[in-house]
Design a protein around this ligand. Structure first.
Ligand SMILES: [Zn+2]
Length: 477
């Protein structure tokens, strides 16, 4: 017979242990999310979802912080808080480098699963990953073209608004995100231990004022939402005012015989600007004719992908196509060839948007000293970058090895952004009847915090900002 003390002890022991045993048992296959990138930053998006049966990544992008020491950026890109071979598959929202740019590195390190994305994302990813491998080869070769080819073989192109069921029982659907061609939000649901779970990941939410693409799809009910916050504490300037300013600035320069230099990224921003210029030409907003040069092989490839996927355009653009007004083709649009001399007034679009790398540097070197030319920035210019210095009125500019006098004026138009601002995000969120909890990611710390507080103040939903590497267990609905 047991002594009373032993019985009491075993009760205490079991009393302490049993919740632990229960927790451990529950933790073994309880679904969870782990935030592995884009926390407190807009770079390196990577969220790990464990469903109890599979381990899935939602995007896996590059850290590309400007102004950080290259070694630190490289260290962050190489740090993986999971074993790539343990990841069963990857679901991808869109083909920007900060969302797909580390996938070839995962392949190099042993990832052997499939990568699901929309059909247009697969087309863009093909070009984008080759471009990234080439850019990375200069200072931190995370992977090479061979790894890119191996990655492309794993892509499974999917349709929008069709539910796919995977062998582990997980179901997913790509919804329109309106951000770049092929961009999607991912809705997924699965069953675990007799309970149902649903999750929506926004990827990047498009700016409804941007042209060409359809607006975001609407969802009414979801357990968990992972939401971006690039513009979580900022509002865009008025789009109509910016369009007027854009036409006026181009007119001023071309009437003087000058050049209009527009630093812009190869994907989405270039195509949106071409759309607006084309529309303004048709609407006779310009005083005279001029050529429009796009100085980037990749930008021109992306424009072709946009043209090929016109079924993804919004109703207004489709109507224009039916009226024989192609949105991204016009007689004065030219693909600039290396060493080609540009004569007379012209608009020149060249990467990168921050003017720190790429062919834009040649054009700035050539035309900043020209008082008849202008520079129009169509994206945010962080502290310390060439763009910011020009906008602040620098008199001299060092570009590579050369220092040139600045006589051309610079302007910034913010409404060309590819992201929804916080008012636009709230408007979209108000379509939901129910969200259990919102996780705010993809923003500077102030931006994410502001959006979480704004959501709690203006909706009935709960929002929190997860920290880098935070693991959150999901509870059934
Ligand atoms: Zn993006």
């Amino acid at each position: 017979m047991k002594k009373p003390g032993a019985i009491i002890l075993s009760f205490i022991f079991l009393g302490v242990l049993s919740p632990l045993l229960f927790l451990n048992a529950a933790a073994d296959n309880t679904p969870y999310l782990k935030f592995c990138g884009a926390n407190g930053t807009i770079f390196g998006t990577c969220h790990l979802l464990y469903t109890g049966k599979s381990t899935i990544l939602l995007d896996c992008g590059l850290f590309q912080e400007e102004g950080y020491p290259k070694r630190e950026v490289d260290r962050r890109n190489r740090f993986l808080p999971f074993q790539p071979r343990d990841i069963d598959y990857i679901l991808v929202t869109h083909a920007h480098g900060d969302h797909i740019g580390r996938i070839p590195y995962l392949v190099r390190k042993g990832f052997a699963g499939k990568i699901y994305c929309t059909e247009a994302t697969a087309q863009v990813a093909r070009e984008m990953l080759k471009l990234l491998a080439w850019i990375l080869s200069h200072d931190s070769p995370l992977y090479n073209q061979h790894h890119v080819e191996a990655t492309l073989k794993r892509l499974v192109p999917c349709r929008y608004n069709r539910t796919y069921t995977l062998p582990d029982g997980l179901r997913f659907r790509f919804l329109e995100a309106g951000h770049i061609i092929g961009s999607a939000m991912i809705y997924l649901d699965f069953e675990q231990g007799g309970d149902d779970y649903s999750l929506l990941f926004t990827g990047d939410i498009g700016n409804p004022a941007a042209p060409l693409l359809r607006p975001q799809d609407i969802v009414e009910d979801v357990d968990y939402l992972i939401c971006e916050s690039t513009y979580g504490n900022r509002l865009h300037s008025n789009a109509a005012d910016d369009m007027k300013k854009f036409a006026e600035t181009i007119n001023t320069a071309i009437n003087r015989g000058g050049k209009v230099i527009i630093p812009c990224y190869v994907l989405a921003r270039t195509q949106n600007i071409l759309y607006f210029i084309n529309k303004m030409i048709r609407d006779k907003k310009f005083d005279r004719s001029f050529n429009v040069y796009v100085d980037s092989i990749y930008a021109n490839k992306m424009t072709r992908i946009y043209r090929k996927n016109s079924q993804l355009f919004n109703e207004e653009t489709k109507k224009e196509i039916r009226q024989r007004k192609p949105p991204l083709s016009f007689p004065t649009l030219k693909e600039h060839k290396p060493e080609e001399k540009i004569i007379g007034p012209a608009v020149i679009l060249a990467p990168s948007g921050m003017a720190n790398v790429g062919s834009i540097r040649t054009h700035l070197t050539n035309y900043l000293p020209d008082p008849d030319s202008v520079v129009i920035f169509v994206g945010y210019q962080p502290e310390g970058m060439i763009g910011r210095k020009l906008l602040e009125g620098a008199k001299w500019m060092k570009i590579g090895e050369k220092t040139v006098p600045v006589r051309a004026k610079s302007y910034y138009l913010s409404s060309f952004s590819g992201h929804a601002d916080y008012h636009q995000i709230i408007t979209w969120l108000k379509n939901f009847q129910r969200i259990r909890e919102i996780f705010i990611v993809h923003g500077q710390p102030d931006s994410s915090k502001y959006l979480a507080e704004y959501i709690e103040a203006h909706t009935l939903f709960k929002a929190m900002v997860p920290k880098f590497l935070q693991k959150i267990y999901l509870t059934p609905n």
